[in-house]
Write a protein that binds this ligand. Sequence first.
Ligand code: ADP
Ligand code: MG
Length: 278
Amino acid sequence: MSAPPVPLDPIRGVAEAMLRRFEAPTIDPYRTDPVGWVRDKLGEHLWSKQAEIAQSLVTNRYTAVQSCHDAGKSFTASRLTAWWLDVHPPGEAFVVTTAPTAAQVSAILWREIGKAHKKGRLFGRITGGTVPEWKLADGEIVAYGRKPADYDQAAFQGIHARYVLVIVDEACGIPRSLFDAVDALATNEAARVLAIGNPDDPASHFSEICRPGSGWNIIRIDGLATPNMTAEAVAGHRALADLFEREGLEPSSEPIPEGLGRCCCRRCGSRNASPGGV
Ligand SMILES: Nc1ncnc2c1ncn2[C@@H]1O[C@H](COP(=O)(O)OP(=O)(O)O)[C@@H](O)[C@H]1O
Ligand SMILES: [Mg+2]
Protein backbone atom coordinates (compact mmCIF):
# COMPACT_ATOMS: atom_id res chain seq x y z
CA MET A 1 0.00 0.00 0.00
CA SER A 2 1.42 3.38 -0.97
CA ALA A 3 1.90 6.12 1.66
CA PRO A 4 -0.77 8.84 1.77
CA PRO A 5 0.23 12.01 -0.09
CA VAL A 6 1.82 14.63 2.12
CA PRO A 7 -0.32 17.76 2.13
CA LEU A 8 1.53 20.58 0.39
CA ASP A 9 0.23 23.52 2.39
CA PRO A 10 1.92 22.83 5.75
CA ILE A 11 5.27 22.33 3.99
CA ARG A 12 4.83 25.60 2.13
CA GLY A 13 3.92 27.31 5.40
CA VAL A 14 7.11 26.09 7.10
CA ALA A 15 9.21 27.07 4.07
CA GLU A 16 7.72 30.56 4.03
CA ALA A 17 8.31 30.99 7.75
CA MET A 18 11.96 29.95 7.29
CA LEU A 19 12.38 32.37 4.40
CA ARG A 20 10.92 35.21 6.48
CA ARG A 21 13.52 34.55 9.17
CA PHE A 22 16.30 35.16 6.69
CA GLU A 23 14.73 38.17 4.99
CA ALA A 24 16.09 41.59 5.93
CA PRO A 25 13.87 42.90 8.74
CA THR A 26 11.67 45.77 7.67
CA ILE A 27 12.73 49.07 9.19
CA ASP A 28 9.98 51.05 10.86
CA PRO A 29 9.40 54.16 8.69
CA TYR A 30 9.04 56.26 11.84
CA ARG A 31 12.64 55.49 12.82
CA THR A 32 13.72 58.60 10.91
CA ASP A 33 10.54 60.56 11.66
CA PRO A 34 10.08 61.12 15.41
CA VAL A 35 7.93 64.20 14.80
CA GLY A 36 5.55 62.16 12.63
CA TRP A 37 5.54 59.39 15.25
CA VAL A 38 4.50 61.85 18.00
CA ARG A 39 1.82 63.28 15.71
CA ASP A 40 0.41 59.97 14.46
CA LYS A 41 0.79 57.76 17.53
CA LEU A 42 0.06 60.27 20.28
CA GLY A 43 -1.89 62.98 18.42
CA GLU A 44 0.49 65.64 19.79
CA HIS A 45 2.28 68.57 18.24
CA LEU A 46 5.95 69.36 18.79
CA TRP A 47 6.75 73.02 18.32
CA SER A 48 9.67 73.94 16.05
CA LYS A 49 12.50 73.65 18.61
CA GLN A 50 11.08 70.42 20.02
CA ALA A 51 10.97 69.08 16.45
CA GLU A 52 14.59 70.16 15.92
CA ILE A 53 15.65 68.24 19.06
CA ALA A 54 13.72 65.17 17.92
CA GLN A 55 15.23 65.24 14.45
CA SER A 56 18.72 65.74 15.87
CA LEU A 57 18.50 62.29 17.46
CA VAL A 58 18.05 60.73 14.04
CA THR A 59 21.40 62.01 12.78
CA ASN A 60 23.58 62.98 15.76
CA ARG A 61 25.02 60.68 18.37
CA TYR A 62 25.30 63.55 20.89
CA THR A 63 22.69 66.32 21.27
CA ALA A 64 22.82 69.03 23.95
CA VAL A 65 19.82 71.29 24.53
CA GLN A 66 20.29 74.46 26.47
CA SER A 67 17.24 76.49 27.43
CA CYS A 68 14.98 78.18 29.92
CA HIS A 69 12.48 76.31 32.07
CA ASP A 70 9.07 75.34 30.74
CA ALA A 71 10.04 75.30 27.08
CA GLY A 72 9.02 71.64 26.88
CA LYS A 73 12.42 69.92 27.14
CA SER A 74 11.36 67.13 29.51
CA PHE A 75 8.16 66.65 27.51
CA THR A 76 10.25 66.18 24.37
CA ALA A 77 12.61 63.76 26.12
CA SER A 78 9.65 61.66 27.29
CA ARG A 79 8.19 61.45 23.78
CA LEU A 80 11.60 60.51 22.39
CA THR A 81 11.91 57.72 24.97
CA ALA A 82 8.61 56.24 23.80
CA TRP A 83 9.46 56.76 20.11
CA TRP A 84 12.87 55.07 20.48
CA LEU A 85 11.41 51.97 22.10
CA ASP A 86 8.52 51.77 19.65
CA VAL A 87 10.49 52.05 16.39
CA HIS A 88 13.14 49.45 17.21
CA PRO A 89 12.53 45.71 17.47
CA PRO A 90 11.39 44.67 20.97
CA GLY A 91 14.32 43.88 23.22
CA GLU A 92 16.91 45.47 20.88
CA ALA A 93 16.44 49.00 22.21
CA PHE A 94 17.12 50.37 25.67
CA VAL A 95 16.62 53.81 27.22
CA VAL A 96 18.37 55.07 30.33
CA THR A 97 17.28 58.37 31.84
CA THR A 98 18.94 60.25 34.62
CA ALA A 99 18.52 63.56 36.44
CA PRO A 100 20.15 64.99 39.59
CA THR A 101 17.37 63.98 42.00
CA ALA A 102 14.90 61.11 42.30
CA ALA A 103 12.05 63.61 42.14
CA GLN A 104 13.30 64.98 38.82
CA VAL A 105 13.57 61.44 37.47
CA SER A 106 10.20 60.13 38.58
CA ALA A 107 8.00 63.16 39.08
CA ILE A 108 8.99 65.00 35.93
CA LEU A 109 10.37 62.84 33.15
CA TRP A 110 8.77 59.50 34.00
CA ARG A 111 5.44 61.11 34.74
CA GLU A 112 5.50 62.38 31.16
CA ILE A 113 6.72 58.99 29.88
CA GLY A 114 3.78 57.37 31.65
CA LYS A 115 1.38 59.79 29.98
CA ALA A 116 2.85 59.06 26.53
CA HIS A 117 2.66 55.29 27.19
CA LYS A 118 -1.00 55.54 28.13
CA LYS A 119 -1.94 57.92 25.35
CA GLY A 120 -0.30 55.82 22.64
CA ARG A 121 -1.46 52.50 24.18
CA LEU A 122 2.12 51.39 23.82
CA PHE A 123 3.47 47.92 24.55
CA GLY A 124 4.58 46.64 27.95
CA ARG A 125 4.04 48.39 31.27
CA ILE A 126 5.63 51.11 33.37
CA THR A 127 6.36 50.70 37.04
CA GLY A 128 6.50 53.86 39.15
CA GLY A 129 8.44 54.79 42.27
CA THR A 130 11.85 56.38 42.65
CA VAL A 131 13.44 53.94 40.17
CA PRO A 132 10.83 53.74 37.43
CA GLU A 133 11.10 51.06 34.75
CA TRP A 134 9.46 50.17 31.44
CA LYS A 135 9.08 46.41 31.04
CA LEU A 136 8.02 44.15 28.21
CA ALA A 137 5.12 41.75 28.84
CA ASP A 138 7.59 39.01 29.86
CA GLY A 139 9.18 41.29 32.47
CA GLU A 140 12.31 42.23 30.49
CA ILE A 141 13.36 45.80 31.32
CA VAL A 142 13.73 48.05 28.27
CA ALA A 143 14.09 51.43 30.01
CA TYR A 144 14.76 52.79 33.44
CA GLY A 145 15.32 56.06 35.26
CA ARG A 146 17.97 56.55 37.97
CA LYS A 147 19.51 59.45 39.83
CA PRO A 148 23.35 59.52 39.78
CA ALA A 149 23.76 58.20 43.35
CA ASP A 150 22.02 55.01 42.24
CA TYR A 151 24.83 54.22 39.81
CA ASP A 152 27.97 52.45 40.91
CA GLN A 153 31.31 52.41 39.11
CA ALA A 154 29.98 49.92 36.62
CA ALA A 155 27.02 52.20 35.92
CA PHE A 156 25.88 50.90 32.55
CA GLN A 157 27.74 47.62 32.27
CA GLY A 158 24.65 45.44 32.20
CA ILE A 159 23.23 47.08 29.09
CA HIS A 160 23.89 45.15 25.90
CA ALA A 161 21.07 46.36 23.66
CA ARG A 162 21.99 47.31 20.11
CA TYR A 163 20.10 50.62 20.17
CA VAL A 164 20.78 52.58 23.34
CA LEU A 165 19.41 56.03 24.09
CA VAL A 166 20.65 57.90 27.17
CA ILE A 167 18.72 60.94 28.35
CA VAL A 168 20.33 63.29 30.85
CA ASP A 169 17.65 65.68 32.14
CA GLU A 170 18.54 68.78 34.20
CA ALA A 171 22.07 68.06 32.95
CA CYS A 172 23.63 71.04 34.73
CA GLY A 173 23.49 69.06 37.98
CA ILE A 174 25.04 65.87 36.58
CA PRO A 175 28.70 65.18 37.47
CA ARG A 176 31.39 64.66 34.88
CA SER A 177 31.97 61.08 36.08
CA LEU A 178 28.48 60.13 34.97
CA PHE A 179 28.97 61.76 31.58
CA ASP A 180 32.13 59.62 31.25
CA ALA A 181 30.10 56.48 32.01
CA VAL A 182 27.55 57.59 29.40
CA ASP A 183 30.38 58.03 26.86
CA ALA A 184 31.54 54.48 27.47
CA LEU A 185 28.04 53.27 26.72
CA ALA A 186 27.61 55.37 23.60
CA THR A 187 30.63 54.06 21.68
CA ASN A 188 28.30 52.02 19.48
CA GLU A 189 27.40 53.97 16.32
CA ALA A 190 23.67 53.40 16.83
CA ALA A 191 23.70 54.86 20.36
CA ARG A 192 22.31 58.32 21.09
CA VAL A 193 22.79 60.72 23.99
CA LEU A 194 20.47 63.65 24.72
CA ALA A 195 21.51 66.07 27.48
CA ILE A 196 19.06 68.82 28.32
CA GLY A 197 19.10 71.56 30.88
CA ASN A 198 19.11 75.11 31.99
CA PRO A 199 22.54 76.69 31.61
CA ASP A 200 22.70 78.06 35.18
CA ASP A 201 26.16 76.90 36.25
CA PRO A 202 29.08 77.90 34.00
CA ALA A 203 31.38 75.56 35.97
CA SER A 204 29.31 72.46 35.17
CA HIS A 205 30.35 69.80 32.69
CA PHE A 206 27.09 70.49 30.83
CA SER A 207 28.26 74.08 30.20
CA GLU A 208 31.46 72.66 28.74
CA ILE A 209 29.67 70.40 26.29
CA CYS A 210 27.45 73.30 25.27
CA ARG A 211 30.47 75.18 23.92
CA PRO A 212 31.19 75.16 20.19
CA GLY A 213 33.67 72.47 19.17
CA SER A 214 32.62 70.04 21.91
CA GLY A 215 31.48 67.48 19.35
CA TRP A 216 27.87 67.75 20.50
CA ASN A 217 25.07 69.09 18.31
CA ILE A 218 24.05 72.09 20.39
CA ILE A 219 20.48 73.38 20.27
CA ARG A 220 19.63 76.59 22.09
CA ILE A 221 16.09 77.61 22.92
CA ASP A 222 15.64 81.29 23.52
CA GLY A 223 12.64 81.78 25.80
CA LEU A 224 11.58 84.73 23.70
CA ALA A 225 11.11 82.38 20.76
CA THR A 226 8.69 79.91 22.38
CA PRO A 227 5.18 79.69 20.87
CA ASN A 228 3.83 81.31 24.05
CA MET A 229 5.18 84.61 22.82
CA THR A 230 2.16 85.54 20.74
CA ALA A 231 1.57 89.18 19.79
CA GLU A 232 -1.28 89.30 22.30
CA ALA A 233 0.82 87.87 25.15
CA VAL A 234 3.75 90.18 24.42
CA ALA A 235 1.55 93.27 24.22
CA GLY A 236 -0.07 92.32 27.53
CA HIS A 237 3.17 92.84 29.45
CA ARG A 238 4.79 96.21 29.22
CA ALA A 239 8.35 95.09 30.08
CA LEU A 240 8.11 92.23 27.62
CA ALA A 241 6.80 94.45 24.84
CA ASP A 242 9.67 96.88 25.49
CA LEU A 243 12.17 94.04 25.35
CA PHE A 244 10.81 92.78 22.03
CA GLU A 245 11.00 96.28 20.60
CA ARG A 246 14.52 96.85 21.90
CA GLU A 247 15.76 93.60 20.42
CA GLY A 248 13.82 93.93 17.18
CA LEU A 249 11.97 90.63 17.74
CA GLU A 250 8.75 89.47 16.13
CA PRO A 251 6.16 87.72 18.34
CA SER A 252 5.66 84.02 17.62
CA SER A 253 3.07 82.90 15.12
CA GLU A 254 3.53 79.18 15.87
CA PRO A 255 0.54 77.24 17.17
CA ILE A 256 0.85 76.83 20.95
CA PRO A 257 0.83 73.10 21.80
CA GLU A 258 -2.00 72.29 24.17
CA GLY A 259 -0.48 72.07 27.67
CA LEU A 260 2.75 73.96 27.00
CA GLY A 261 3.47 75.65 30.29
CA ARG A 262 3.68 79.36 30.81
CA CYS A 263 7.00 80.47 32.15
CA CYS A 264 8.82 83.52 33.25
CA CYS A 265 11.19 85.69 31.31
CA ARG A 266 14.25 86.60 33.33
CA ARG A 267 15.52 88.93 30.67
CA CYS A 268 12.55 91.28 31.00
CA GLY A 269 12.24 90.77 34.73
CA SER A 270 8.49 90.13 34.72
CA ARG A 271 8.80 86.87 36.63
CA ASN A 272 5.62 84.78 36.87
CA ALA A 273 3.80 87.34 34.84
CA SER A 274 4.78 86.65 31.27
CA PRO A 275 4.81 83.60 29.05
CA GLY A 276 8.03 82.29 27.53
CA GLY A 277 11.41 82.43 29.26
CA VAL A 278 15.12 82.78 28.80
N1 ADP B 1 4.39 69.94 22.68
C1 ADP B 1 3.71 69.94 23.81
N2 ADP B 1 2.39 69.61 23.82
C2 ADP B 1 1.68 69.63 24.97
N3 ADP B 1 2.18 69.98 26.18
C3 ADP B 1 3.48 70.31 26.23
C4 ADP B 1 4.31 70.31 25.05
N4 ADP B 1 5.56 70.70 25.43
C5 ADP B 1 5.52 70.90 26.74
N5 ADP B 1 4.28 70.69 27.23
C6 ADP B 1 3.85 70.87 28.64
O1 ADP B 1 4.44 72.10 29.11
C7 ADP B 1 4.88 71.99 30.46
C8 ADP B 1 6.37 72.33 30.55
O2 ADP B 1 7.11 71.35 29.83
P1 ADP B 1 8.45 70.69 30.39
O3 ADP B 1 8.82 69.66 29.41
O4 ADP B 1 8.30 70.29 31.80
O5 ADP B 1 9.44 71.94 30.26
P2 ADP B 1 10.99 72.06 30.63
O6 ADP B 1 11.54 70.69 30.81
O7 ADP B 1 11.60 72.78 29.48
O8 ADP B 1 11.04 72.88 31.89
C9 ADP B 1 4.56 70.57 30.90
O9 ADP B 1 3.32 70.61 31.58
C10 ADP B 1 4.40 69.81 29.59
O10 ADP B 1 3.51 68.72 29.70
MG1 MG C 1 12.46 69.82 32.48
